[in-house]
Design a protein around this ligand. Structure first.
Ligand code: UGA
Length: 455
């Protein structure tokens, strides 16, 4: 029954914290979401999700109406409310370094610890360098009233933007790093809703109970593996390009082996976003500190392969446009180019480290007149790259261009009619930076088509 469930507080209502708060209220928990950002809290309280995530706003409205969910900027209230406090704040890349900036974690934990008036469990969810949970425990010992017996646990999350509802309600696994039976039982209760839902649907959610360091490492290891898988297929794309082979067929063929698997084998302009790029860098930095830098040297290569895909698009653009190379790279001055896609992947409005925007900026720097369009990411893109030009529609973006670059695989672009677009452009040239278009269709409509890693 609901009464037996622990009350959950989520600290930080960014992508992670907001999604978890909303989904756990949906599962029947009493939930509070805390943030220092008054605007965010006001929006969420009014039933508005401050980022693009399919389906989330409906669930937010339902949970608010059901009275199980509220948002607050009052830490004393939140501290009094929660049995379990999940720390969901960001851990961005340090300015001027490769490591993770833990100042938001530090602020969240010390603030909470100082306000606690009863025993509670503080659970880290943010992606952090291994060793952080122990450090959080020391912060709690220092700042929480000693007689309360506040404890710490670590439980990383694996949610993917665009699939957040599914990933939180139906996770592939639950990982908990705990140091006491009490913490373990409380976390079991906090995850009961997820496990019950799985049971009702005839599924099983694997639960891995482990120590702090392993729990922390699971997260960065998983992201490092995914980044490596993407860079692997992009390295194959580089080879395919010089060998005249087709990386999409190669990926399909190797992916049939269940040991390899066909997911996360899409060659293209590479990975971006707020997680994979910064996580592989922070992981290297931490391993270096621990004296195991050599073990992760390959991640440097993974990063380089990923960056090279971006320059490859610029190179392809110059090739397709028969433009010469100057000492500073290709000269694209006077060419009008459409960049379709600004977000780091479709079904998101997130432009953090987006390959598409980076390429748009490189094309502009090479002298091209670049017009960017994205179905959801325009506001964020404008903020991140204010000097680029933005078109209100796909049609406006491609109008009178000599080259169209599709750099995020939005369904709108995938399904676009090459004949209709062909009527708008000055010349029919297209770079398919995500291998998401049907080359046969585009070539039949008179376009010069180039994919990444395809002949
Ligand atoms: C990633 C992980 O997939 C999540 O499991 C993890 O929880 C999350 O980071 C996190 O650490 O919070 P996300 O950043 O939402 O999730 O994005 P992904 O779907 O992993 O995509 C990352 C990038 O890789 C995108 O730019 C995407 O276009 C690219 N990608 C993905 C490829 O280029 N090829 C592929 O085959 C797959």
């Amino acid at each position: 029954t609901t009464a037996a469930l622990p009350r959950l507080a989520f600290h930080g209502t960014g992508y992670l914290g907001a999604t978890y708060a909303i989904c756990f209220a949906e599962l029947g928990y009493e939930v509070i979401g805390y943030d220092v950002d008054i605007n965010r809290i006001a929006k969420l309280s009014a039933g508005e999700v401050p980022f693009h995530e399919p389906g989330l706003e409906e669930v937010l409205k339902r949970s608010l109406a059901g009275g199980r969910l509220r948002f607050s900027t009052n830490l004393a209230e939140v501290a009094a409310f929660g049995d379990v406090h999940f720390i969901c704040v960001g851990t961005p890349q340090l300015a001027g370094g490769m490591g993770a900036d833990l100042s938001y974690v530090e602020d969240a934990v010390t603030g909470l610890a100082q306000h606690l008036t009863r025993k509670a469990l503080i659970v880290g969810k943010s992606t952090v360098p291994v060793g952080t949970a122990e450090w959080v425990e020391r912060l709690v010992d220092k700042y929480a009233p000693a007689d309360l017996g506040v404890e710490v646990a670590w439980s990383p999350e694996f949610l993917q933007e665009g699939f957040a509802l599914q990933d939180v309600l139906r996770p592939s696994r639950i990982v908990v790093g705990v140091r006491s039976e009490w913490a373990r039982e409380l976390l079991d209760a906090a995850h009961k809703g997820v496990c019950d839902l799985a049971a009702a649907e005839g599924r099983d959610v694997p639960v891995v109970v482990t120590d702090f360091a392993t729990a922390e490492l699971v997260k960065v290891a998983a992201n490092a593996f995914l980044a490596t898988k993407i860079s692997f297929i992009n390295a194959m794309a580089e080879v395919c390009e010089v060998a005249g082979a087709d990386v999409t067929q190669l990926a399909r063929a190797i992916g049939h082996d269940p040991r390899i698997g066909n997911r996360f084998l899409k060659a293209g302009v590479g990975f971006g976003g707020g997680c994979l790029p910064k996580d592989i860098r922070a992981f290297q930095a931490r391993a270096q500190e621990l004296g195991a830098g050599e073990a992760l040297r390959f991640l440097h290569e993974v990063d380089l392969i990923n960056q090279r895909r971006r320059t490859r698009v610029v190179q392809l653009a110059a090739e397709l446009l028969d433009r010469r190379y100057g000492p500073a790279g290709p000269d694209l001055s006077g060419v009008r180019i459409a960049v379709l896609g600004a977000t780091f992947k479709p079904d998101s409005d997130d432009v953090r480290d987006a390959p598409s925007l980076a390429v748009a900026a490189m094309l502009a720097k090479a002298g091209a007149d670049v017009h960017v369009y994205d179905p959801q990411g325009m506001a964020n893109a404008r903020r991140a790259q204010p000097h680029l030009r933005y078109a209100p529609t796909m049609a406006e973006a491609v109008r009178d261009t000599s080259l169209v670059c599709v750099l995020t695989e939005w369904a709108d672009f995938r399904d676009a009619d090459p004949n209709a677009l062909g009527e708008l452009v000055a010349e029919r040239r297209v770079i398919d930076g995500r291998n998401c278009l049907d080359p046969v269709r585009w070539v039949r409509a008179g376009w010069r088509y180039r994919g990444l890693g395809r002949p």
